[in-house]
Ligand binder design. Structure first.
Ligand code: URP
Ligand code: ZN
Ligand code: ZN
Ligand code: ZN
Length: 467
């Protein structure tokens, strides 16, 4: 049976257009758009009508960097696929791309199967997977080809975390050469982890154990150096490169230079780097542990370079790197030794709102908001135009957004399974009102109407953003 919904009177915003339009949804997809009040729009008939006058009608967010249930430092990220994707929906995100993990000594397939088992039947919204490659060898290189064919078209490697996720330059080069051949996209955690480990050891020996020293040892120069090295290795391999969680101004400069040279090099930053700083890491009474993530928060002065990069398209995507650990019992593992604080921040619920606040504050335009949060992540990771836009044929992943509502972000009201908010007390203008996932209301007028298992695995094509 066909079910139709019409969303009337809102301002439809995509990466390319703004238009007062009615949106007709049929069988989970966008069927048609027509300027509101015109005969074409009046001809839309549906079983369900949603009124959006005075509201924005935007594509559901695409968060291309989450870590539900990630094992890290002897514990696990506190959001499951069930709680994390539900929180994502509350925040106007309708697709996440999470990272399946290969453990050293095991195959990519084992890691991917394990992540499918965690996610299947549990997600409120659609999801895909990247693959973390921790062990590059002849077998895993062959497996990369198979994964690309079945829709896992991007691979994260780490220049940080020696002994855990780390790859050396030879392993990185081999994986890049392989991706140059199979169409995969290497996503790089660009920090010089070998050098950082020396600085960690020296800091701890000096008695520098507080969370703020996490930010001091993970130097901006060591992010910039690794970013430069990753770019040159990708250039040698003839492969595109996507650098994740860029936080240092010096790293943005490396990306900008490479892009000026015409290389297919891309950069992602995250709300925490745009809105938080080393001031948070320095909060007393171990509160700084709430802000420990890698790359680390930087001094405030770096933020201008990130905003500029987002405007000039030297940075293309804002993802959350959502990787929550509770303060009580998890972040606390690092009392007396900052290197034992599990790395990661919660944020999957906050991204769309914080970026709308950036529109209000004049950092970016409305269309750029949708581009960096919906359209480009979808193109970058092979989900476009199914995801990331409102156009005939696209999945009806649609958010009705109230641009005038005021809210205060707080752990007391958020839906992520974590006992603090990195943005506690922050006032933002704008709020998600209703969220459709493939035409099904998962948030309806600020009530959760979805269910675990509605979200389905979404295989991806190769990168659609190459020049
Ligand atoms: O601190 C972070 N970013 N934790 C998640 C793992 C990663 O490196 O992305
Ligand atoms: Zn990383
Ligand atoms: Zn991450
Ligand atoms: Zn359903």
């Amino acid at each position: 049976m066909s079910t139709r919904t019409v969303i009337r009177g809102g301002l439809v915003i995509t990466a390319s257009d703004e238009m007062h339009a009615d949106v007709l949804i049929e069988d989970g997809r966008i069927a048609a758009l027509a300027a509101s009040g015109t005969p074409a729009a009046e001809s839309f008939t549906a079983e369900r009508t949603m009124e959006a006058t005075g509201k924005y009608v935007i594509p559901g967010g695409v968060d291309a960097h989450t870590h539900m249930e990630l094992p890290f430092g002897g514990t696990f990220a506190s959001d499951t696929f069930e709680t994390g994707t539900r929180a994502a929906a509350w925040g106007g995100t309708t697709t996440v791309v999470d990272f399946a993990v290969q453990s050293v000594g095991h195959s990519l397939r084992e890691g991917l199967d394990a992540w499918h088992a965690k996610a299947e039947g549990n997600c409120a919204i659609d999801y895909g997977f990247h693959m973390i490659v921790s062990d590059v060898n002849q077998e895993t290189l062959k497996e990369m080809d198979l994964l690309v064919e079945e829709g896992v078209t991007s691979f994260k490697q780490f220049m940080a975390y020696p002994g855990v996720f780390y790859s050396d330059d030879g392993q990185i080069l081999r994986a890049m050469q392989r991706s140059a051949g199979n169409g995969g996209l290497i996503m790089m955690h660009a920090e010089n982890g070998i050098a950082i480990d020396v600085l960690v050891e020296q800091a701890l020996a000096r008695g520098e154990t507080d969370p703020r020293f996490h930010g001091e040892v993970r130097k901006a120069l060591l992010e910039a150096e690794a970013t430069h090295r990753a770019i040159r290795l990708a250039q040698v391999a003839g492969a595109p490169l996507y650098v994740v969680h860029v936080s240092a101004a010096e790293a943005v400069a490396e990306l900008a230079r490479a892009r000026d040279d015409g290389l297919n090099v891309f950069g992602e930053t995250c709300p925490q780097y745009l809105f938080l700083s080393t001031d948070n890491l320095a909060e007393p009474d171990f509160e700084g542990a709430k802000y420990v993530c890698s790359t680390p928060l930087r001094p405030k002065e770096h933020q201008a370079a990130l905003w500029r990069g987002l405007r000039t398209n030297d940075l293309q995507v804002v993802s959350t790197d959502h990787c929550p650990f509770c303060f009580t019992g998890q972040k606390e593992l690092g009392r007396g030794d900052f290197s034992k604080i599990p790395n990661g921040l919660p944020g999957v619920e906050n991204r769309m709102d914080l970026l709308h606040q950036a529109v209000v504050d004049g950092h970016i335009s409305r269309r750029r908001w949708i581009e960096i949060a919906c359209a480009t992540p979808a193109r970058m990771f092979g989900l476009y135009p199914k995801k990331g836009t409102i156009a005939p044929g696209a999945d009806a992943d649609v958010v009705i957004y109230d641009p005038a509502a005021e809210q205060v972000i707080s752990a007391g009201t958020h839906h992520m399974n974590v006992d603090y908010s990195a943005y506690e007390g922050r006032r933002v203008t704008g709020r998600v009102e209703t969220v459709l996932s493939r035409g099904t209301p998962v948030i309806t007028a600020r009530q959760y109407t979805g269910h675990a298992g509605h979200g389905v695995y979404t295989p991806r094509s190769t990168c659609q953003y190459l020049t």
